[in-house]
Design a protein around this ligand. Structure first.
Ligand SMILES: [Zn+2]
Length: 240
């Protein structure tokens, strides 16, 4: 039997997750899925047993749709708990400093970081969407979901306009379009960005690392660490 665990996501959704099997790691090696950003949904789908007391849909498409509608901060939290359940609380890894390009070794305890607030969980605000008036119309800003994550993952290069679009639920009542946003005044784009930056909700997956070689500190996302999903690094090869 696979072990299961009940968890509550930051928005209040109750989930039951089960330990991953080797099949889940296969999802991570599918290049097309990694490129399209689809892998993250397939990965979560492998672990999810129940949502709000009901069995997760057997139909993969239906389940993935449900996950795409989930808020990013909930998805980040879900991913973290799946990781902790299947691979444990400790994360041991090497990471290359973006400044001096030397590698340092790290050993983190994810549960302790959740408990002591190094990994932050923000409550969701109720007063969304935030309505922003621009010269060209009304923009509604809301929490991003798996859909906007996937859209961003599918782009070759992401600029600040893409980020503003991802944060917009609608523009003049319709899905926001790049060509419309290009015409917005920079002051309006910056209003949208400001509104979005105040919309913190769910798990913020940023962690701060300190380089042992040059003392530079920098922030990365948990998911950027390959050992988050496939722990291969051991204490012997990080030099701690
Ligand atoms: Zn460094």
């Amino acid at each position: 039997m696979l072990e299961t665990e009940k968890i509550v996501l930051p928005s209040g959704i109750e989930c039951e997750i089960q330990e991953l099997t080797a099949e889940a790691e296969r999802v991570l090696t599918n290049k097309a899925d990694v490129k399209s950003g689809q892998w993250i949904n397939k990965f979560i789908a492998k672990a999810l047993v129940k949502i709000n007391g009901k069995a997760a849909p057997q139909n993969q498409g239906e389940l993935v749709n449900m996950l795409l509608d989930m808020k990013t901060g909930d998805r980040n939290y879900l991913l973290l708990r799946i990781r902790m359940q299947s691979y444990g609380d400790e994360m041991i890894f090497n990471y290359e400093c973006p400044k001096c390009h030397k590698t340092s070794g790290y050993k983190l305890n994810l549960r302790e970081m959740l408990d002591n607030g190094e990994l932050k969980i923000y409550p969701y605000r109720e007063d969304v969407p935030i309505v922003i008036e621009t010269r060209d119309g009304i923009a509604e800003i809301d929490y991003t979901t798996g859909r906007s994550e996937q859209w961003l993952a599918s782009l070759k290069e992401i600029d600040t306009i893409h980020l503003a679009i991802a944060a917009c639920k609608s523009f003049n009542g319709k899905a926001p379009e790049y060509k419309d946003f290009c015409k917005l005044k920079t002051r309006d784009i910056s209003k949208i960005r400001m509104a979005y930056s105040q919309l913190k909700g769910g798990l913020d997956p940023q962690i701060e690392l300190n380089c042992y070689e040059c003392d530079n500190s920098y922030k990365i996302m948990l998911q950027q660490v390959p050992d988050f999903f496939t722990p291969l690094t051991t204490l012997d090869n990080i030099g701690l």
